[in-house]
Design a protein around this ligand. Structure first.
Ligand code: SF4
Ligand code: SF4
Length: 122
């Protein structure tokens, strides 16, 4: 992949927390590393195995609340989609980006659970 495909994330975490618990800086970090070294195995492991499903880009509901917080003016939901398209396709387990995950993203019980977890962490 080309260097111009890098996402200009500096890892400042000002976009966090995302109320859907999407791990924005980590997703961009994994994606950028993959763009730089093309190491499919490491990228697959970091995103599809090591990162909990609820933190992956598929849970983004494109509320756009994170966009104004980013000093790098990254179109975060759009870039999450780009990163997810590249990273989730590395996995043999295609179900990670399938309808079930999308359904989970809109599950009110799951949203309440995530909000509770965020409150506990602050
Ligand atoms: S647009 Fe996506 S990543 Fe940004 S705050 Fe909303 S759900 Fe989270
Ligand atoms: S605010 Fe922008 S630059 Fe900072 S971690 Fe989030 S996406 Fe990256």
């Amino acid at each position: 992949m080309q260097q111009q495909n890098l996402i200009k994330c500096v890892g400042c975490k000002k976009c966090m927390p995302c109320f859907m618990s999407i791990n924005i800086p980590e997703i961009f970090k994994i994606y950028n590393q993959y763009v730089k070294d093309g190491d499919k195995e490491s990228a697959d492991k970091a995103y599809n195995l090591d990162m909990p499903k609820y933190q992956r880009a598929t849970g983004c509901v494109t509320c756009n609340q994170c966009i104004p917080k980013c000093p790098m003016h990254i179109s975060i939901p759009e870039m999450l989609q780009v990163a997810n398209d590249a990273l989730s396709s590395l996995s043999a387990e295609k179900s990670t980006s399938g309808p079930r995950e999308v359904k989970e993203a809109f599950n009110p019980a799951l949203i309440r659970q995530r909000l509770k977890k965020q409150r506990e962490n602050h």
